[in-house]
Design a binder for this molecule. Structure first.
Ligand code: C2E
Ligand code: CA
Ligand code: CA
Ligand code: CA
Length: 279
């Protein structure tokens, strides 16, 4: 018994060591993905629930490394945040996404709204506003087409600072989406203080919207309240028609999810737009 205890301890120990090694490897990989062309964006369409038309899309970061293959954002985003590399990757994503939006506009699609995720680490970086300011010059895109997605839960840390930043972004012409709404702790009271354009109801509520009365009520209340404040609502992670039906009845504005499309590479996204696919 003594031995097995020792062994399992050792096993656990080396398991943790592997974890640390993997993290260090990934941190190293992340610092080279731009140079090595191992980073790209996928685009997931957002569809107007009423008209069925694509009105915009979210840019999602993808990393496929020669050394370890595909790494999911759930794994690399936290490491990129911890190491600060997210500031560089996030800047790259902003420029790439806006460049792509210009390609779309020039190809006669849109103008569509492009939503880009900005991490809490980027919000702490003094350069963020300058980066956003430089977008029209660098990409030719008007900032009125750019929506910045900020996760609800991070907003409440250093609220004053973030509020100031958001106001600056708004002055530059961007719109602001509050991501993963419902999972954080923000009281509705905060909402009145932040100039938000879009609320994204977190997938966890959308998952339960058909089977769980409580989730359905929460979604319904979020939509009602948002509309009273002139805020538009996106439902995240919509996967089936039953969910769509309920969201339609609740007057949700926009839908994003596998029901309409998974995130797509640029060529596939352009193909989807050229087919004029509707919901
Ligand atoms: P998020 O911002 O909430 O993005 C939505 C996630 O839900 C995406 O996962 C998307 O692929 C997935 N999704 C969309 N529709 C469905 C659906 O119908 N069913 C299911 N099961 N999933 C759906 P992804 O791309 O793996 O990204 C995960 C998270 O990583 C994102 O969550 C975001 O927090 C972060 N992330 C991704 N790209 C970036 C980026 O460029 N910058 C930053 N800071 N974070 C990013
Ligand atoms: Ca998002
Ligand atoms: Ca989200
Ligand atoms: Ca999420």
């Amino acid at each position: 018994a003594k031995n097995s205890g020792k062994n399992s301890y050792r096993f656990f120990d080396s398991y943790m060591e592997d974890d640390v090694n993997r993290k260090n490897d990934l941190a190293d990989i992340l610092s080279h993905v731009i140079d090595k062309n191992e980073i790209y964006l996928q685009y997931q369409p957002q569809v107007n629930v009423e008209s069925g038309q694509v009105t915009g899309y979210e840019a999602l970061m993808r990393i496929e490394s020669e050394l370890v293959g595909f790494i999911s954002p759930a794994e690399f985003i936290p490491i990129a945040e911890e190491t600060g590399i997210i500031n560089i990757l996030g800047e790259w994503a902003l420029i790439e996404a806006c460049n792509f939006n210009q390609v779309l506009i020039k190809s006669g699609f849109g103008p569509l709204r492009v939503s880009v995720n900005v991490s809490t680490t980027q919000l702490k970086d003094d350069h963020l506003i300058d980066i956003i300011k430089s977008i029209p010059e660098k990409t030719g895109m008007d900032l009125k087409h750019l929506e910045i997605e900020i996760t609800e839960s991070v907003l409440m840390n250093s609220f004053e600072h973030n509020l100031k930043l958001i106001n600056q972004m708004k002055e530059l012409g961007c719109s602001i989406a509050l991501d993963d709404f419902g999972t954080g702790y923000s009281s509705f009271n905060y909402l009145t203080q932040i100039p938000i354009d879009t609320l994204k109801i977190d997938k966890s509520f959308i998952d339960g919207i058909c089977s769980n009365e409580k989730d359905r009520c929460i979604a319904d209340s979020i939509i009602d309240l948002a509309h009273k404040m002139d805020i538009s609502v996106v439902a995240e992670g919509v996967e089936d028609n039953e969910q769509l039906q309920i969201l339609q009845n609740q007057f949700c504005d926009t839908l994003q999810g596998y029901l309409f499309s998974k995130p797509l590479n640029s060529t596939d996204f352009i193909e989807l737009l050229s087919k004029h696919k509707t919901l």
